[in-house]
Write a protein that binds this ligand. Structure first.
Ligand SMILES: [Fe+2]
Ligand SMILES: [Fe+2]
Length: 207
């Protein structure tokens, strides 16, 4: 087994809006993925704005609310725009509504900018959006390698399809400083995927 590579320390929540965002995302089952995206963001760019930090820590939050776009893992193209775009825009919408409900606190941040960054989190873009995308990718590899393993183990997708998702998370990165930690995490994450035979045996056992 490959040992887990170095990952950055957690970054303290130093604004009111970030403390409130952490509370808001707490019930989400992938909360750790969101919080680690923020830690990776600050590692990659210590000057990251509060808008960038809030975007990182809420970028997937639409999944906490039922009714979002669905993905078929077995056959998905991991860059499928008909999944990624509704997913990103729905998260941006949810965060816009939540910020709007905060009253005066929301006046301390650029709500439009947070929505823009979230809407671009899967594909990257200008003025910090590439940093968010890289941080999301790194956090995916760190916190959701186990979930990808579960997809294969439970037969939601093949090992090759799971591996493709992990490789895509690295290949899409556009920030040079993120490449090396991503490649190290990729090796570790790929190592955790069961073979198709192991997955079939595990499914047989649970039958
Ligand atoms: Fe996402
Ligand atoms: Fe994400």
């Amino acid at each position: 087994m490959t040992a887990r590579p170095w990952t950055p320390p957690a970054v303290a929540l130093d604004t009111e809006v970030e403390a409130l965002a952490a509370e808001w995302v707490a019930p989400y089952n992938q909360r750790e993925h969101l919080m680690r995206a923020r830690d990776w963001l600050v590692h990659l760019n210590p000057e990251a704005t509060v808008e960038m930090r809030v975007a990182a820590m809420t970028h997937d939050i639409e999944r906490m609310f039922p009714g979002g776009p669905a993905l078929r893992h077995a056959t998905a193209q991991w860059d499928d725009p008909f999944y990624l775009f509704p997913h990103s825009l729905r998260s941006a919408e949810a965060v816009g509504v939540w910020l709007g409900s905060l009253g005066p606190v929301s006046a301390s941040v650029g709500v439009g900018e947070i929505r823009r960054l979230i809407a671009l989190h899967e594909v990257g873009g200008l003025n910090g959006a590439d940093d968010i995308q890289a941080a999301d990718s790194l956090s995916y590899l760190e916190t959701l390698a186990g979930l990808t393993r579960e997809w294969v183990l439970t037969g939601m997708c093949s090992r090759a399809k799971g591996a493709e998702k992990l490789v895509y998370s690295v290949d899409r990165i556009r920030v040079p400083a993120a490449r090396r930690p991503a490649e190290e995490l990729l090796e570790w994450a790929l190592d955790q995927l069961p073979t198709d035979a192991e997955a079939a045996a595990a499914q047989e056992e649970t039958r």
